[in-house]
Design a binder for this molecule. Sequence first.
Ligand code: NDP
Length: 603
Amino acid sequence: MTTPQAPAPHELAALRQRYRLERERRVRPDGARQYRGTDAEFGYYAADPYTASAERDPLHDTVDVAVIGGGFGGILAGARLRQRGVERIRIVEKGGDFGGTWYWNRYPGVHCDIESHVYLPLLDETGYVPEWKYSPGDEIRRHAVRIARQFTLGPDALFSTTVTSLAWDEASEMWIVTTDRGDAFRARYVVEATGTLTDPKLPGIPGIEDFTGHTFHTSRWDYAYTGGTPEGGMTGLADKRVGIVGTGATGIQVIPMLAEDAEHLYVFQRTPSTVDVRANRRTTAQDVSADSEDWARKRRENYLRIVSGEDVEQDLVADRWTASAGLLEKLHPSFRRPDDRKAFEAAYEVADAAKMNELRARVERSVTDPDTAEKLKPWYRYACKRPTFSDLYYPAFNRSNVTLVDTADTHGVERITESGVMVGGITYELDCLIFATGFSVGASSIGMGKLPVHGRGGVQLLHGWAQEGPRTLHGFTSNGFPNLIQMGPLQSAVSVNFTHVLDEQAVHAAALIAAAEAKTAVIEPSRASEDAWIALLAEDAPDHEWFHAECTPGYYNAEGRGKPNGPTAYPHGAVAFHELLERWRDESMGEVLQARSAPPADV
Ligand code: NDP
């Protein structure tokens, strides 16, 4: 491991200048509008390649809780509700099985880059011990199914089904849930857990529809064409010229696998990622303290504290995330307002430059061709882009069958033709073109306007929000929308270990529902409590816009606009948020429980 060297003042000035130039090479006037969705004529990019949708009759029955989304958010909500004794829980999921992100993303090389012992939820409860420090996607997907099985969430689940609307029925005090499979069932409560980065997006490159070779998005991997499995062995590519667009967290994992198997691989890069040491290894006895029943809970709490910038006695995970924790604060809304801001920013810049120098030195050490190495160096501050980790990525560029094509000067791939990809006037002839171009960014399917919600008096949730901005209490509940609980980052906490946050949210959702059941009440916050919550978020809002404004474009800064993308989150970090929720459940939960007017029977 290299020790980061503190840069001299003149180096800092040169770096600032270089970062500015590199940002200017990439900022585009069309910002986020440069992308196109995978709907309408591009709908085939989002189709489910893993499960055929089975015929079934539409449902018109009644359940206790409808959970929208069968990823970790929905599964955890189901598990925590079961622990509270709730009986009829129906998870509705677009994919053909549980798993969410890990159902869809099965590309070769797929792993979770957060340590498995803190990322995989309910390890203490299921007794499962991950095999690797960083789990392959398949192990994570199987764990999602394991949780669903242990908490009997499968029998009532609806797969290959998308919820199309929610409407509150005042007379029965229930939600009417309609789907794209003709269902119209009732639920006393709805928990929405549809996730944030779910809809694959494509670059709006001119001519994208003209390509006549084979093409797909990484989140819908076409093994029928490539052959092989997530472990590799893609024999179908042995005689193929393959192009891949995108070098984000996904591209970093899949490119070494394609390099192994394709006849020739062209990597079309616009912005290089930071690629830090991975050092994956088998789980050891030290990772899993056999003498503790709740070793996983302790470990993930330790991790959350570290990546939230808090002090701990011991770093149990000890990886490159935790080692860089001081430079991660800007990913979080907990970016504090320092007393001496100038001194804080200066120290921050020095630490940042040392880290980035270390990462650029790693490229030089790993890539033999100096020109290729130069193109792979990231010139921006750490965590302007999602940090990535791999020990296989840079060596892939030493292979004779791999060509790196830098597209920064043309703001990305210039044009796609019938037979290939054009950059700087050169056409690269391809048999197969793969898009590792990420996902549409939004708080949830409700927040993105894909799922209309009609509450009391038929009022549409987003209509109100469009006028006044999002309104919630703690991110979960909204006035006028009783018994609807939203999970996700909106006005809630965020962390790089998102499953931890989701589990705390699931615990909270289950507690709310259990309390409403015990008191024969509906869950609905007053406007005054929403006002107080929103005021708290605004008052203590983090001051990190200056940082994002100087960053290279990406979804963290709304493609270069500067303002951090996404919804406002709780400003004091996930640890404080979880403590706040626990206190509120003990002392104040009654404030959102309103007397029911309709009998809680099936209608
Ligand atoms: P990203 O949005 O991070 O990356 C998209 C890539 O496509 C970028 O390299 C982008 O370049 C490139 N691109 C877009 N348009 C063009 C164009 N016109 N020409 C050339 N290149 C283009 O998507 P990912 O799927 O990589 O990652 C999305 C998120 O998913 C991650 O940020 C992470 O949160 C999550 N993830 C997590 C993993 C984990 O292990 N936990 C693994 C994989 C993903 P540019 O940077 O210049 O915009």
